[in-house]
Design a protein. Sequence first.
Length: 472
Amino acid sequence: ADPTPVVPPPVQDTPTPDAPTTPTDDGGSARPANADASSLLVTCLLDGQPLAGATVFGRYSDGSTGEWQTGPGGKVQVPVPPGLKVSVAASHRYAVRLDWRREVPGGGSTTFDFRKGEQRAWIEGQLVDDQGQAVAEGELVLYDAVQAGSHAVLDPQQAQLRGDGRFAFEVSAGRYALRARNGPSESPPAYCTLEPGQRHDAGKLTVPRPSSVSGRVQLPPNLSVAFPVAARIMIEVRAERPDNEVGPPAWGRRIVRNVELDATLAYSLELPPGELRIRVEVPIPGDHQVGFWKGLTLAPGARESLDLELSELSVALRGVVRDDTGRPLPGARVGYRGTSAVTDDQGRYVLRGLDMGDLELVVHAAGHEQGFLRRSYSGSTAVEDFDLRRLGGLRGVVRDAEGAPAANVPLSITLRKDTGEVVPFEARSGGSGSYALSDLLPGRYTVGVGASQVDAVVRPGEDTEAPELTLP
């Protein structure tokens, strides 16, 4: 039997912090002259020829995602917002490629080359609802069971979904987890390990019938609004957990629905069955008001009534993001559980719609160490400033025993933190024997090949030239 991989996350994830550093070397290709500095040029090929209609998936460092189609030339520009990095994967009816490519912000390029018959395998199965009836619409979400977070979404055409709920599609060999979803409902994951040429039957994937909730929103008497009112309804689904685990609910998947409320203040939503909690939020000038969480359990296909209350409490966090010299950082992103705000030209941000209780905030800014904050929040408008340390760079040259540049040499690089923790990196010298790493935490680094080692200190906002490294 296959080893059971980690359960894949639901379709909408809570963002996780990026790795603090991104080592690079000088052997990479140069930026194309026509590349937009705020986009990543992605090219898809089939046996070396441009492939139109391929789907490119993007996952940004703040947890958000995007999806694009290649044009007649097999190319598409993936936007990269300021302060973010993006990873991309691609799929086509010829195969799904989940080999994610990590890129630096903007101006770069990457290529996916699909090849007919290369390392191919097939997955087939059937979609049914909780009553065993065939589901003839929906989509499949294919996860890389080894690399957490990597996934591709297959529409009915890509999955070759038929009227009887049967599906069959080609995929590169590997280990996968597969979910089906129809509207807001999702199936439990099915796992498989595929060898080249293998056809795997995933069996029946059960997608429960969607449920619905409707009711009215009660506004506080002191709130003056003009109809229609733009509101946001937040839904959280209780996370999967082992049967023997006890304690309060762990809320996982978050769903956001934007609604316009007329004078009746009525709303209606289609939601997945299960244990949920719901609240309403209404933005007001310069602030944000939220309601209290209300819980309910929905059976498949059920129709329930639930009134929501908007409290008089405004909930927002504001502040300024600066670097370690006190300079404001425009374009930094402050995030909390799928909600984020980007700083303005003065480094100011406002983050609205927070939960009361313990908050965990993450701050991203290109070229700076990520910021993290955990604090207790009891409502009203609070102020929290961030000071982010600038990252640095390290470059050097590797030579052989005769003093000539040594190309394509694997290097072992380590950072020793003040806490005693050792952080390893890997790099390789380029054609001129040189190497370069960017976005490094400041500190003392050791660069070595076997017994030959040199030390260098990386300082905030500076590129450090390491002593030449001579091979033994």
